[in-house]
Write a protein that binds this ligand. Structure first.
Ligand code: FE2
Length: 244
């Protein structure tokens, strides 16, 4: 299995606080049968225009990979970002100063939870105009989706990728997110499940309980698409499978 959304790169955001914690997170991922993780630190428009920060992220990625190899933790870590889409994004977009998921065409994006639908539409359109394919992080957590879930059909028509969080499915983010996440699964509308892991002790990268839940409630085929096939296709910059 592969995890395309995880805050495992240490000391860049509210995720891992040290190399040791990142190694512990990778160990947990390995225990849940994950063999590859994309590190996706939060980045806003200001972060993206900071070339020193970008270089430091790349250096830390190299350091983390070396440390995992040294400690015999067999998890590959790729680099990406979780990009906050707000009005500060237009300048980095113009300069292509964004890092996609493992340098693919897929860009992991998030929004303020209380953003309004027209603003979201405009930002996503701007991302597409620059040639990126948006992967919408945890659609089930936004007010604009919870109050109008049918909005996701518009996203699907535009070929945006829908990434649901393991924590939402398992009830960690409240009833509204859980209901919405399970509605997305019931309709086989979700393309990917990811951990959105932030630490080795809470919001961890352990996903096997969620894999088993989806396997028992839906099918082994859908579980494989969500946790393995589509994440692997994104890492390899190949088209994801269409919705059933
Ligand atoms: Fe995240």
């Amino acid at each position: 299995m592969y995890d395309i959304h995880c805050h495992i790169l240490p000391m860049f955001d509210d995720g891992s606080e040290s190399i040791d914690e990142s190694c512990a997170m990778a160990e947990l991922a390995f225990q849940s049968k994950v063999k590859g993780i994309i590190a996706t630190p939060h980045c806003n428009g200001e972060d993206l225009m900071d070339a020193d920060r970008f270089r430091a992220m790349c250096d830390m990625h190299t350091t983390l990979r070396a440390k995992l190899a040294e400690r015999d933790i067999p998890v590959e870590v790729y680099l990406g970002m979780e990009i906050l889409l707000d009005d500060s994004i237009y300048e980095p977009l113009e300069h292509d100063a964004l890092l996609t998921l493992n340098r693919s065409n897929y860009l992991l994006v998030e929004f303020p939870f209380d953003d309004n639908p027209d603003h979201v539409r405009a930002l996503l359109k701007a991302v597409c105009l620059r040639g990126y394919r948006p992967v919408i992080a945890h659609p089930e957590r936004y007010d604009f989706v919870q109050s109008d879930p049918e909005m996701v059909f518009e996203f699907l028509d535009r070929e945006y990728v829908l990434q649901v969080n393991r924590g939402s499915i398992m009830g960690r983010f409240g009833d509204n997110a859980k209901r919405c996440a399970r509605w997305l699964l019931d309709g086989q509308l979700a393309h990917v499940v990811a951990s959105d892991g932030h630490s080795a002790t809470h919001r961890t990268p352990y996903v096997f309980d969620c894999y088993q839940y989806i396997l028992s409630k839906y099918s082994v085929e859908y579980a494989e698409v969500l946790f393995h096939e589509n994440p692997q296709r994104i890492i390899g910059n190949r088209p994801i499978l269409p919705n059933c």
